[in-house]
Design a protein around this ligand. Structure first.
Ligand SMILES: [Zn+2]
Ligand SMILES: [Zn+2]
Ligand SMILES: [Zn+2]
Length: 254
């Protein structure tokens, strides 16, 4: 299994438009973060988690020419606003793209992007998507995917486990029922927004605490804001936890 962190920023991206802080103006390419998304290649299937605002740029950067499915974590703008780029994959792959998520996420996506789902033909073309509400483990052409419920403030959203990798972005807490689904991970990708607490996201300290509890082989922090400097954070984190950077690749056993 190959996993690529396509983007590891919080909703604004880093740098933030107009911000002159040391991280937004940093020369370090690892401090330049596009909006949060993950790409997984496993058993011949290419799976995208979320269609970030920066999807077109990310797909070009990594030469992603085929998608078999899209998993949605939740319906916030930074995780969905690249949805129109799926049109290109309809053309290129000559297939309807199956999209998966929980009921709230997909209902919100259908209403936020009404033009895609209204059944009216458009001269400009629009994505051709198949909406699949999922409530438990499911299969994408031989790849087993396990949704994992996590808190995002007062929303219950989905993280996903594929094999021994789990992706938990926009997490503010993990219900006890979900903890068992996160045992024995080789790789855990989890959000850590900033140092100060935030209602809808784990901060660095809380994310470290969560990792300590789940004991994955490797933990990678994502969805990071402009308070977090890559090098400084890398130096502060305990062994086995690293910050993500855009384009970071991890190879795992199937
Ligand atoms: Zn987000
Ligand atoms: Zn800044
Ligand atoms: Zn969110």
């Amino acid at each position: 299994m190959k996993v690529i962190i396509l983007g590891c920023a919080t909703s604004t991206g880093v740098p933030i438009i107009g911000c002159t802080c040391p991280i937004c103006t940093s020369e370090n390419s690892k401090n330049k973060r596009t909006r949060c998304s993950l790409y997984v290649e496993t058993r011949g299937k290419n799976i995208l988690i979320d269609t970030s605002t920066d999807l077109r740029f990310q797909a070009l950067r990594h030469g992603i020419t085929k998608l078999d499915a899209v998993l949605y974590t939740h319906s916030h703008a930074d995780h969905t606003h690249g949805i129109d780029e799926l049109r290109t994959y309809n053309f290129m792959n000559r297939m309807v793209i199956p999209c998966y998520g929980n009921s709230q996420t997909l209902t919100n996506i259908e209403s936020n992007f009404k033009y895609i789902f209204d059944g009216v033909r458009s001269a400009g073309g629009k994505p051709n998507l198949e909406i699949n509400v999922i409530n438990g483990e499911f299969n994408i052409g031989g790849v087993t995917v396990m949704p994992v419920e996590i808190y995002h403030a007062d929303w219950m959203i989905y993280g996903y486990r594929i094999g021994n990798m789990a992706y938990l972005t926009d997490c503010s807490g993990i219900p006890e029922d979900s903890i068992d689904k996160l045992r024995g991970l080789e790789l855990l990708i989890i959000s850590a927004l900033r140092y100060r607490p935030h209602e809808a996201h784990l901060n660095v300290e809380e994310a470290v605490h969560t990792v300590t509890k789940l004991k994955p082989g490797l933990a990678v922090f994502t969805h990071m804001g402009h308070e977090l400097d890559y090098d400084k954070l890398l130096g502060e984190l305990p062994d086995g936890i690293v910050p993500a950077y855009d384009g970071m690749e991890v190879e795992l056993g199937e």
